[in-house]
Design a protein around this ligand. Structure first.
Ligand SMILES: [Ca+2]
Ligand SMILES: [Ca+2]
Length: 82
């Protein structure tokens, strides 16, 4: 029983940390990071880099794309390590 609770806790922990990826960037709260929202955090971000991050090409960066971009070190973790 406690093992089940721990597993559920781990799942929610992972889900919330993934969900937080665009949360710091997503100022209009639509759940996606737009080019303008990303540039507010990363002023040096070029359109080319944005297109690299936006792997499905819908013009918006979702949590998964954001996570992949951070892990691939295309962009820094928006939460920072400082
Ligand atoms: Ca947004
Ligand atoms: Ca996308």
């Amino acid at each position: 029983m406690s093992r089940m609770i721990f597993a559920a806790f781990l799942v929610s922990l992972v889900a919330s940390s993934v969900g937080a990826m665009t949360a710091d960037v997503d100022t209009d709260g639509d759940g996606f990071a737009s080019m303008a929202e990303l540039q507010a955090i990363y002023p040096d971000l070029t359109e080319e880099q944005f297109l690299e991050i936006d792997t499905d090409g819908d013009g918006l960066v979702n949590d998964e794309e954001m996570l992949i971009a951070v892990e691939a070190e295309l962009i820094a973790d928006p939460e920072g390590d400082a």
